[in-house]
Design a protein around this ligand. Sequence first.
Ligand code: FAD
Length: 525
Amino acid sequence: MNDRYDVVVVGGGAAGLAGALALARARRSVLVIDAGQPRNAPAGQVHNFLGHDGTPPADLLAAGRDEVTRYGGEIVAGTAEDATRDGDGFLVTLHDGRDVRARRLLVTTGLVDELPDVPGLAGRWGRDVLHCPYCHGWEVRDRRIGVLATGPLAAHQAQLWRQWSPHVTLLLHDVPEPDAEEAERLAARGIAVVDGPVAALEVTGDALTGVRLTSGEVVALDAVVVAARATARAGVLRSLGLAPADVEMAGHVVGAQIPADPTGATAVPGVWVAGNVADVRAQVVTAAGAGLTAGAAINADLVAEETDDAVAGYRRDLSTMFERAAWEERYQARPAVWSGRPNPQLVAEATALAPGRALEVGCGEGADAVWLAQRGWQVTAVDIADTALRRAAAHAEAAGEPVAARITWTQADLREQPPAGRYDLVSAQYMHLPGDARRQLFARLAAAVARGGTLLIVGHHPSDLRTTAHRMHFPDMMYTAEEVAADLDPDVWQVCAAEARPRAAVDHDGRDITIHDAVLVARRS
Ligand SMILES: Cc1cc2nc3c(=O)[nH]c(=O)nc-3n(C[C@H](O)[C@H](O)[C@H](O)COP(=O)(O)OP(=O)(O)OC[C@H]3O[C@@H](n4cnc5c(N)ncnc54)[C@H](O)[C@@H]3O)c2cc1C
């Protein structure tokens, strides 16, 4: 058990395991805490679960546990005693004192069947004491079925079971005789009515043989049907303020469940419920379906939270990334940020140029400026970060005194105007600013080019956003060379190249990919 999970699921029955499976497959860290007592444990098989009909309940859950753990979900045996708020998540405490934190809670603790108090009844529950015709009706078809009447829905229950057998008896345990209309409906379907409370079950060997009335009369039967009151097992939710609410059927309370919306979300943000704890009528397959629905809703909720956090971070990055402090921090975090090699488009475009005065903007650790100086250019190299400039100067020193002497390192914010009309080459490699600021910067750089001089602007092409390169993901900061060219005055500028040039790269996963440089080469006439 780790001390924190995306989701803790309390209860590892059909609902909990289905929710955990959806979450584990959604790459969420998930822990299932399970006390190991599913409601249908006394039954021999699960019925009406398409594709799994007849499977023993324990086998179905064992397969489910296997599937959850196969995707990295964890399952721990234990009982969750309590869940409380813990910052923006939850603290779940187990009966043995262990505790675990979760960003979200999925509670699938099932329900308790409260059986009528008849001696011998509880011991045969799920075998020949039954409640649900869809779970057991087929297995007792055409047998002698006694419906123990303990509430106003008993006649309705007898009519339902009549679908499976012609031998149904209504045992008036603690309800009055049916009225004339009801008696007629029972008679019309051949349902016998027996008066008098049931004192006990008659069992021979390990089989039910009938019920004994308080009068001493024995009614021979093969199965007894009861209306168990179904109460959500929701103690773990008490501290969070969630309590079961009554569920009525035809004006009669049949149980209590935790109120939730169709996805299982409760009134407490971050807490979901699924299966019998939220729906006393849920069968195994519908409990599993509700678990899946809740798991998917929880994942969507986490995705929404993570997206909100990402937006806040993105805005924070955008508001600080052009400032001197942010660049300083970036350079100081690593001994070298850049490769130390000149940018390939600079080499491609400037090799044939006659050296003159060059403005190298955003010079970083100086590889381009040193390369230009080595070719005889007088370089003004500008950057916002002192750390980068210090490294660049050291790089130039290492290249030899004549090279270093040709470079002036200048700390400046490029959002300020460089001297107009002074440079034979202005090179801006991978300068990325948001739309308007970028257009203004490129206009200032264009103004700094002398007559006959060259403007070289190179950037990451917007199509890189669709690759796995993930170098940067600020769509508003990407540009095409054609867009940059469109801002140049055609009376002043001759555009020599405005294109996307492919370049081979390797992404973070080691894949060979092709990225593109947006390359603008323009000459001032
Ligand atoms: C006798 C019987 C036979 C049935 N037969 C069928 C059938 O044939 N077909 C069918 O579709 N349905 C059948 N059902 C209904 C079926 O049992 C439920 O629909 C199903 O179990 C609901 O699943 P669940 O995950 O909501 O709850 P459960 O299966 O009850 O699982 C809840 C789990 O949570 C655990 N738990 C509870 N509290 C805590 C806690 N605080 N901490 C940790 N763990 C906890 C429990 O121990 C249990 O393992 C039958 C029911 C009964 C009573």
